[in-house]
Design a protein around this ligand. Structure first.
Ligand code: GLC
Length: 456
């Protein structure tokens, strides 16, 4: 696929984005590197010592799929062998049929013994929480498939073809698994079978499928647990869960990142001389893009919406998912312009003091700090802003020629992280850092420095 060739756009006043001093960039890099080092853990597996980065010592002590991809991208700025090891550790969790799971429980002594803990319901072996039962090493879920672009980023930092040839077969198997097991009817879109699979766990986009009404104490975690528990009654058999699971969503963010990464995977295969694989993944990328446009685009609202359930009922909640197809380099200009002008540049929706909110400010469920009134636990993705989605939005805007927007978003994000610290997420109205401290993927801010120079 050829990237859209259109004139570059200037959407904000020249100079409004400002710039960072060299010293500020040095400090950002120093702090990011020290956090990545602090969150590094080592474990032995099958005779090899693996190194990987945990999201946060405070809250998340295992290795998560998309977190690790972002960590590898950040590591590529400082230490390429370390970035390569991050990918190797992640791939070591791949199962026999090709799935690279969303969590590897390296330190099994840290698995919560409670049977109702998520970790037991997202793995095979329903009774594995019993004291003497064999403990699971990985989950059976996916996360947004961004490993191809993480590998591309690491490869670009060194041009190490041996590394590329070493990891490509595992990547190819993972993306083939997604196509085979998550798109049973071959329409192009992959489906998620639990909210955790999108990484946007508590998004109000899932309230309808979960049959959840906000404000009832512990309802949200209970509803999510019910989904995982019913999947575990099928022992997470991928075909069974796809046919009968209670949660079945064609998520726009997952599919947008899938389409983008299929194209990257095609490029990586062609770089390594695998032309057949390259063509296969390029066609797959094209199919996902067309399916997103055909099934998920709402021309009246100028945005993409998830499809809920096997009868593909379109969601009507405007969230960050709705905008994510701008990460696809070949998305036609018509869709890009509408997403930019009607949403990302709209103060009533996504242009907030500390953008980009995970839910449009115009939605009744929007909460700038993601706290759901009446619920005991904070909801995470219900309005707060996050560095990883900001990175993707800046990348999408920049590749489609909205350089000034990308530059301003990058500068604001970097400044937010510098002022508040590497928090998990941020209050979209005040910039306050929320959730876990010393959160690994917020170091992606170092990857956003390249947008300050006016894009690529
Ligand atoms: C939360 C986030 C998810 C992330 C995980 C580990 O569940 O919603 O996206 O991967 O934490 O950081």
């Amino acid at each position: 696929m050829e990237p859209a060739q259109e004139p570059r756009k200037s959407v904000l006043e020249k100079g409004e984005a400002g710039s960072l001093t060299g010293e500020a960039i040095l400090n950002l890099n120093r702090d990011a590197l020290s956090l990545l080092k602090e969150n590094t853990r080592e474990h032995n597996f099958e005779g090899r010592t693996h190194r990987f980065t945990i999201p946060s010592a405070e809250k998340y002590v295992f290795q998560w799929f998309w977190d690790s991809c972002f960590h590898a991208m950040a590591w590529a700025n400082f230490d390429v062998p370390r970035a390569q090891d991050e990918i190797r550790a992640l791939i070591s969790g791949q199962n026999g049929s090709g799935l690279i799971p969303h969590i590897i429980y390296w330190d099994q002594s840290k698995l919560n013994l409670a049977p109702w803990s998520n970790h037991w319901s997202e793995t095979q072996g329903l009774l594995s929480f019993m004291p003497f039962a064999e403990k699971p090493r990985t989950s059976e879920l996916i996360q947004p498939p961004v490993i191809a672009e993480a590998v591309q980023r690491v490869y670009k930092a060194s041009s190490d073809k041996d590394f590329l040839r070493e990891v490509l077969p595992s990547l190819n198997r993972h993306y083939r698994w997604l196509k085979q097991f998550r798109d049973l009817d071959g329409e192009g879109l992959i489906k998620i079978v639990a909210p955790y699979e999108s990484g946007i766990d508590s998004s109000p986009a899932y309230d309808a499928v979960l049959n959840y009404t906000p404000g009832k104490g512990l309802q949200l975690p209970i509803k999510r647990f019910q989904v995982l528990f019913s999947n575990s009654l099928m022992d997470h058999d991928p075909t069974e869960v796809m046919r009968q699971g209670s949660f079945h969503v064609a998520d726009v963010l997952v599919n947008a990142l899938y389409a983008r990464n299929l194209q990257v995977l095609s490029d990586l295969n062609s770089e390594a001389g695998g032309m057949k694989e390259s063509r296969y993944f390029e066609n797959a990328a094209r199919d996902v893009q067309s399916a997103l446009i055909t099934f998920c685009w709402d021309d009246e609202r100028g945005a993409f919406f998830n499809l809920n359930g096997r009868d593909k009922k379109r969601s009507d909640v405007l969230t960050i998912q709705s905008l994510m197809p701008i990460v696809i380099p070949t998305l036609p200009r018509y869709y890009v312009d509408r997403i930019m002008n009607e949403h990302l540049l709209s103060e009533e929706r996504f242009l907030r003091p500390f953008s980009v909110p995970s839910v449009a400010a115009s939605e009744p469920t929007f909460q700038p700090d993601s706290r759901i009134p009446g619920e005991i636990f904070r909801g995470l993705w219900r309005g707060s802003s996050w560095v990883n989605t900001n990175y993707f939005i800046a990348e999408g805007a920049s590749q489609h020629g909205y350089d000034d927007f990308a530059r301003k978003l990058a500068l604001d994000t970097i400044q937010m992280v510098r002022d508040a610290g590497f928090y998990e997420y941020f209050n979209t109205e005040t910039g306050e850092g929320l959730g876990a401290k010393n959160f690994g993927w917020s170091t992606l801010a170092v990857e956003m420095v390249r947008f300050l120079g006016g894009g690529r």
